[in-house]
Design a binder for this molecule. Structure first.
Ligand code: PRT
Ligand code: ZN
Length: 285
């Protein structure tokens, strides 16, 4: 079977999570420190460790078949690759920020201003779309200090908690895009490689579904079972097992992480007891 080559970030914010995802998919990788490539021992996958900025180009040129990186980099590079999956980690946004003391008047504010960024393509597209004549100062990093040292009037940078902007005396005024880690693929994978990718995607989906859901067990008086079944539709309908205690049953189901606290509150009102919530490792739908 053909081996699929995946490019992941060598060291940075995405590295550990990318490796964790592959591990959660049951893929064993022997990752000697400092190595540039590695092979999975139990899945037809070869791993290339690269700078995130190089991944779109390598995937486009078939040096790698697939890759994991921030959607922000995919859009900035404008490479001809396919985004096959959103992975739900490394969430952030690309935003414009200006000094705190300034009054923001809308996108027109940036007319005639100089804006520092590592994302010149996305920023110039935004300015063009909004008919704004601003100057773009491209920087490789530490963009947030540019206004403070007189290099620019504003910045366009990635934000997650907002604390970097805050500590540099800046405020966020426009969001250009929201981003998260994505899996990209070359647009012309061979049928063999596509089959390996499909197997990988199936595993990723199972891991992601599992992380969104929890297994719940509880004990309840039989009189409350109907009400509880309504609150807990689960994947299908809940499993109900009689308890040794007369008139009581144990009920098992699956709940979504998002609904979690609301569901627990409603369950307690029905008389449910001994509620256990257990993480699910994989979930095959
Ligand atoms: O060396 P290499 O080129 O591979 O790595 P890199 O330095 O270019 O990237 P890295 O590891 O910093 O980030 C990789 C990806 O993580 C980015 O492309 C985004 O998709 C994603 N990501 C998620 C972030 C952030 N959150 C983030 N907060 N990337 C950078 N930041 C920086 C931001 O630039 C700013 O300096 O963190 C600061 C802001 O964070 P808050 O929490 O203070 O708002
Ligand atoms: Zn980078």
């Amino acid at each position: 079977m053909s081996k699929l080559k995946i490019a992941i970030q060598k060291s940075g914010r995405l590295s550990a999570k990318s490796m964790d995802l592959l591990r959660d998919c049951g893929i064993h990788i022997t990752n000697g420190a400092g190595k540039l490539r590695s092979e999975a021992t139990n899945f037809p996958l070869e791993i290339l460790f690269l700078r995130d900025d190089d991944i779109p180009q390598y995937v486009e040129q078939q040096v790698a078949d697939i890759g994991i990186l921030g959607e922000n980099v995919v859009v900035e590079k404008g490479s001809e690759v396919r985004v096959v999956n959103h992975l739900g980690f490394a969430n952030c946004r690309l935003s414009l920020a200006i000094p705190k003391a300034e009054t923001y008047t809308g996108a027109d504010y940036f007319n005639g201003k100089k804006v520092a960024t590592s994302y010149p393509k996305i920023l110039s597209d935004y300015f063009a779309k909004n008919n704004i004549g601003a100057e773009i100062e491209e920087l490789g990093g530490s963009v947030e200090i540019a206004p403070g040292i007189g290099l620019a009037d504003a910045v366009c940078d990635l934000v997650s908690t907002g604390s970097t902007l805050f500590t540099n005396g800046l405020k966020e005024v426009e969001t250009l895009m929201r981003s998260q880690a994505v899996l990209i693929s070359n647009q012309q994978l061979s049928a063999d490689k596509q089959a390996v990718l499909d197997r990988l995607l199936f595993r990723i989906q199972s891991v992601r579904e599992a992380s969104k859901n929890k297994y719940i067990l509880l004990n309840a008086p039989n009189s409350a079972l109907d009400a509880i079944s309504e609150i807990l539709p689960g994947m299908n309908s809940p499993s109900i097992l009689p308890l040794a205690k007369p008139g009581w049953s144990s009920l098992h189901s699956v709940i979504q992480e998002d609904d979690f606290w609301e569901v627990i509150d409603r369950l307690r009102e029905t008389g449910a007891e001994g509620i256990l919530i257990i993480p699910i490792e994989k979930m095959i739908i």
